[in-house]
Design a protein around this ligand. Sequence first.
Ligand code: FRU
Length: 464
Amino acid sequence: MYISKKQSWHIEPPWGLLNDPNGLIWYKGNYHVFFQWNRFAKDHSNKAWGWCVSSDFVHWQFRGSALLPDQPYDAQGVYSGSAMEINGRLCLYYTGNVKQNGCRTSSQCLAISEDGLHFQKQGPLITTPSGYTEHVRDPKVMAAPNGGYWMVLGAQQRNGFGAVLLYTSKDGFQWTPYGTVGLSQEYQMIECPDLFVLGEKKVLLYCPQYRDNATDSALNSFSAYKVLDDQPDAMPQQTDLDIDWQRLDEGFDFYAPQTFLTPDGRRVLLGWMSRMEGEEETAFAEKEPRVHCLTMPRELLLQGNRLCQRPVKELRQLSGTLVPANKTQVNESFYHLTTRAFRFTLENLDFCEHLCLTLHDGEWRFEYDVSSHQAQVCRRRWIDSGEDLRSIFLPELTGLELWCDQSSVELFLNNGEFVFSARICPTAAHPSLRAVGISGEISAQLMLLPENLYQYLPKEEETP
Ligand code: FRU
């Protein structure tokens, strides 16, 4: 029996391929989440901006595409970018990607909406500066602490190494190069940077990428962050991108995160929930109309120099059906589930010796061993019968939250101090959770989430 991978509460397109979240913003009463979308095929060509909206972070509506690759300056892709409200207008900044006869050109472009419904392209604002290859992309614009705007860009220098560029602007239209705020001598490219102030600190998110410069092809990449030493309201100082970074996510599937501010001042992050290699991606999507989804929205908080991620309170406050556990043995609980969309919480884990959570007969497993302080996640692979494994050293486990959808798991340890995100391939006919190592002092709760919080309302002309 084939089990569909269609998610019920994560953002994903009705068909085609999704990658990075783009243009996250609260505008005129709605959260707008755009994303890289190939609406024609489950591959990485033809990138447009797909679009969905929500007023509450819980119920989402898909609105089709907002920006198509239909101009000479973006014909081979409306690549990643960000959003900013300026004088009541919604400004979308993106990279126009052009490839002709194997030759790439990039420019940073603007599209404007007066109403949050219709978008007018304004053309390129920034072309590639000297000293850089055409790998300059992913403009992230923020309101500068003392007025005006800053834009960070991922880039590759002519010496073949990655950098983060900064531009400044008074009005969001005219941009002046400021210089580099991050340099690498290890990675050949930096993608999707984000810069923001959280509390009293500046934080830089970025995706270091190894590339084979001889063939101009991507090798592998991951999502990192650095808490900077600068004063929050001063111009950013140059930072070494190769040292003192931390991983944003310890799991298998997480990349290209972007953050934005909610009207009540929370810094919220969404990421692309994939790091699949080509073969894995093809196999995962084989019987599906679509491939890939975004992560759930997560609020960011700083604890010292550690970025913690917590599911937004709107999702935490959702009420659903509580599922009682069957005690199969002392210390062992078994939950029969009627859906794969649920949330499981454990508190007071200080009392546990060895904890093991197994989802759906072994599609995914988490283990924590108190004596070795190892926290480990295993996921069954779908291209062969093996398992993928990720582990971290965790001195103490105090609590955890597991947020599951039809084909994904997001695990938050110690109030979001560490997160493991993963897509899983559903194979078990009867979804279940087995929890071993839960003694009487530990409090456990399993709640089913309402189904189909995410709705597709595609425009007719976008039917494939
Ligand atoms: C990151 C990325 C971005 C680019 C986009 C294209 O996943 O490579 O750098 O803008 O995807 O889809």
